[in-house]
Design a protein around this ligand. Structure first.
Ligand code: FES
Length: 568
């Protein structure tokens, strides 16, 4: 029987029943039932977190991708063993996918730790899957490499090039405004998503893919490869090869995801005008390693990071496939080089400096990825706001907002919940004008809805019909990375946790100042104290299971909405 020094690979983590050799004998007996030889079982073991699911269209191509990873692992002398974990898709989970990100992170962490693998390939793509896997792998502490699923290709509807899901919203807004009819919107529905892969724009999935590469957790140049491109298969194969080398190393995620790497990832997020969800997920990943994404620091970085990528919803022309062809994340990193921490280690064992030096002179399409000397915007796409309405912060994606609305003091029109919003927003009697500020309460992490992407409040129908396309909208909810508008999100503390957002009433004055980074409720303290005393208790009655765990332990947005007990 093997001695203790051999307890890597398939002999890791043997159950202890008092007779160690018996445990080895039993484990091998079951492994041999799968047809593996003793020689194969002695190789480095690469686990593959496999998130294919018929409920997840974005991962439809994962079986083919898995075969490519396994090919790489075998070629490099390892044994590839895939294992299932939870898979999350944006449109098929109730109440919303965010509620289950932490559950997927726990599943991923525990299965990496519990099963006998020396390294793990994380196969993720759809919005919550990549952060969940990085959170889990960071906590599990074994060498890990992220393989991104890649974005969809675009399609055509009549004369328009279309892709999910910025265009989904554009057509739906036209439908709501009566500009297109039912037959047409049904035809559009069949044209928006025509290949496997994640949304075709710089939504949350592509933002998180970029963050994973900026952190150093993917192979260089792989984050933006389209899902159906042959390069995606080659990236999968190379990831398998790299995973075997990782299995023989001690290059664990904590050596890659450092505070300096988190700053680099924030720079990339800002330069892309990436999804606001990226702020929450990156904070959660950092928190797993005792690090922080501080919102004041976000503003410092935002002030000095140009917006470089003209990918929808920034601009109105380019999609992720264009971004990939234009040079991808590498081109953005090279432009940001003077602002980055170049000593950060990456999954290849090279520093970021070495990676970028090797890419010097690579092709860049400047229509899509701008030079830092001629950026789209001189400052970052995201900004954190603070003030009496958001003492712990809120987020605005200014690169997808209307500058004319950035400095505004106006009357609040308040919806107390998603149900209230649904019941009244299109009521012709609704007392609202284009000059008002719409406010949604009770849609944060501790609300019954678990922080859905409801921050993109619809423009009231009667205003839409007048041609109004944007208004200031404020909530404790999130917003899809594919959405756009002057939308303030993640207000913290949230209404359900007793934050000031719960105290706003229709008719109050609210002040937004992007220039001053302020969000204030202009109501005197005596009146607020009266309202606070009448707030209904939010005691969670009758909760059980995961719902109870979530509501009782989820943290606020600035801490990444992780569970308190999962942070280091
Ligand atoms: Fe999966 Fe958009 S729905 S990435």
């Amino acid at each position: 029987m093997a001695d203790k020094d051999n307890e890597r690979g398939f002999l890791r983590g043997l159950q202890t029943y008092g007779d160690r050799d018996f445990s080895i004998y039993m484990r091998r007996a079951f492994a041999k039932s799968m047809g593996y030889s003793g020689e194969e079982l002695a190789r480095p073991i690469v686990g593959i977190a496999f998130t294919h699911s018929k409920f997840n269209p974005c991962h439809r191509h994962f079986p083919e991708l898995l075969e490519a990873v396994k090919r790489g692992v075998t070629a490099a002398g390892g044994l590839a063993l895939e294992f299932p974990t939870i898979s999350l898709h944006e449109s098929t989970l109730a109440p919303n996918s965010m509620k289950f990100r932490n559950l997927m992170a726990m599943d991923t962490e525990e299965m990496i730790r519990a099963q006998p693998m020396d390294a793990v390939v994380l196969m993720g793509g759809c919005d919550k899957t990549v952060p969940a896997q990085l959170m889990g792998a960071a906590s599990a502490g074994k060498p890990a490499i992220q393989l991104i699923g890649g974005p969809q290709m675009t399609s055509r509807y009549k004369d328009d090039r279309v892709g999910a899901c910025t265009d989904c919203r554009k057509f739906w807004t036209e439908f709501r405004a009566g500009e297109i009819g039912k037959a047409e919107i049904e035809a559009v529905e069949g044209r928006l998503v025509t290949t496997s892969g994640t949304c075709a724009v710089m939504g949350t999935a592509s933002t998180m893919a970029a963050i994973a590469e900026a952190l150093g957790m993917t192979l260089p140049g792989t984050a933006a490869i389209p899902a159906v491109h042959a390069d995606r298969l080659r990236a999968a194969q190379a990831t398998g090869v790299r995973a075997v080398l990782l299995a023989r190393s001690d290059l664990t995620p904590d050596k890659i995801i450092t505070q300096a790497a988190v700053d680099n990832a924030v720079r990339v997020l800002l330069a892309l005008g990436g999804s606001t969800n990226g702020v929450i997920h990156l904070a959660a990943i950092a928190g797993r390693l005792g690090l922080k994404l501080d919102l004041q620091r976000l503003n410092e970085l935002s002030d000095t990071t140009p917006v470089l990528a003209a990918v929808k919803p920034v601009g109105n022309e380019f999609y992720m496939e264009d971004f990939f062809a234009a040079g991808g994340i590498g081109a953005v990193l090279r432009e940001l080089r003077p602002l980055l921490n170049l000593d950060c280690m990456t999954i290849t064992g090279e520093t970021l400096r070495e990676r970028l030096a090797a890419e010097e002179g690579a092709y860049v399409d400047r229509r899509v990825i701008k030079a830092a000397s001629a950026p789209l915007e001189p400052q970052g796409g995201l900004v954190a706001l603070f003030g009496s309405l958001a003492p712990n912060g809120a987020i605005l994606k200014r690169s997808a907002a209307t500058p004319a609305l950035f400095e505004k003091t106006a009357r609040a029109v308040v919806f107390s919940s998603l149900d209230d919003l649904g019941a009244r927003i299109d009521d012709p009697q609704l007392d609202v004008t284009a000059d008002d500020i719409l406010i949604l309460q009770n849609a944060g992490p501790r609300s019954a809805h678990g922080m859905p992407e409801a921050g993109f409040l619809p423009i009231p129908k009667k205003l839409l019909e007048q041609g109004i396309k944007d208004m200031v909208r404020i909530s404790d909810a999130r917003m899809s990375g594919t959405a756009y508008g002057t939308i303030v999100l993640h207000v913290a503390p949230e209404a359900a946790a007793g934050g000031p957002l719960a105290l706003v009433r229709t008719g109050d004055k609210v002040r937004l100042s992007v220039q001053e980074r302020r969000l204030d409720l202009l109501v005197d303290e005596a009146e607020l104290a009266k309202r606070r005393a009448t707030l209904a208790s939010n005691a969670d009655v009758g909760l059980r299971g995961y719902d109870k765990l979530f509501r009782e332990t989820v943290m606020q947005a600035p801490d990444g909405c992780d569970f308190e007990f999962l942070r280091r």
